[in-house]
Design a protein around this ligand. Structure first.
Ligand SMILES: [Fe+2]
Length: 271
């Protein structure tokens, strides 16, 4: 994959932001554009024998297009009026929010993919964390393999994902349609495989099973192990243990104009 220097990065940001600045929103966007959540594309060397150079190039192009699209959308969101959301049947704000997540996840999924695949010396040891965890949660490691592969087969255009669920404190397999559908809340991905057609149909026409088999033989288990340790050490299950402290004595403000933010800040706002 091509390495981007500072000049390239500046060009990408300028293009993303410039499109908006030159458009309808003009001066209003200039005032707030510094708040845009800009993504920076990272450099990856795509290894492995599963994908042809053309497929790897396609991955690279798609990854960069998700970054560029996300940044353009983020800049637009800085200026689109929030009142536009009042009609969920026709809302630019709504469309941008959907595309924001789509592109953000496109970036995340590809970054996860680029580092958990392509290991020509792939091996999983019986005393490794991935082997022990996946065997624990599926009964045997082979049961996990078959389940994960089935998720890849069941996916239409999307991803096969093995994730840690802090709520249940165990691992699950699933598939994601597109970049956003069917992913459980707070799922922390530790292994992903690309099941969009661009990832396999060119090199394995009509042979998705073979693509998945070959890809699973190039999983970088060291990367998966590190992700598992990070996911488990984060102790995110504690999020579900937080108890609300409720006071029934608090007075609720009424009669605020509709344009006001709904929540009052105690102690005043910092402007
Ligand atoms: Fe892809």
């Amino acid at each position: 994959m091509t390495t981007l220097n500072t000049k390239d990065l500046q060009k990408i940001i300028r293009e993303a932001v410039g499109t908006v600045l030159d458009g309808k929103v003009g001066q209003m966007a200039k005032a707030v554009v510094s708040e845009a959540a800009v993504l920076m594309p990272r450099s990856f060397i795509l290894k492995g024998d599963v994908s042809s150079p053309t497929t790897k190039e396609n991955h690279e192009k798609l990854y960069n297009s998700y970054v560029t699209s996300h940044n353009k959308i983020s800049a637009k969101l800085d200026s689109v009026p929030k009142t536009d959301a009042d009609n969920p049947n026709d809302s630019e704000f709504r469309r941008l929010k959907i595309d924001e997540t789509h592109n953000m996840n496109g970036v995340k999924f590809h970054e996860l993919l680029f580092t958990n695949t392509g290991d020509l010396n792939s091996e999983i040891r019986a005393d490794s964390i991935p082997f022990m965890r996946l065997s624990r949660d599926w009964g045997t490691f082979d049961q996990w393999q078959l389940d994960f592969r089935a998720c890849g087969m069941a996916s239409r255009e999307g991803w096969a994902v093995c994730y840690f669920d802090p709520f249940k404190q165990r691992y699950f397999n699933t598939f994601v349609e597109g970049h956003t559908l069917h992913l459980s809340l707070m799922a922390i991905p530790v292994l992903v495989l690309d099941t969009w057609h661009h990832a396999w149909f060119l090199d394995f026409p009509g042979e998705k099973l073979e693509y998945l088999n070959r890809s699973m033989r190039e999983i970088n288990w060291n990367v998966v192990e590190m992700r598992m340790l990070i996911a488990e050490m984060a102790k995110l299950h504690q999020l579900y243990s937080v108890q609300a402290v409720v006071s029934n004595e608090k007075e609720t403000s009424v009669g605020l104009p509709q344009s006001s933010p709904p929540v009052e800040v105690l102690g005043g706002r910092i402007l």
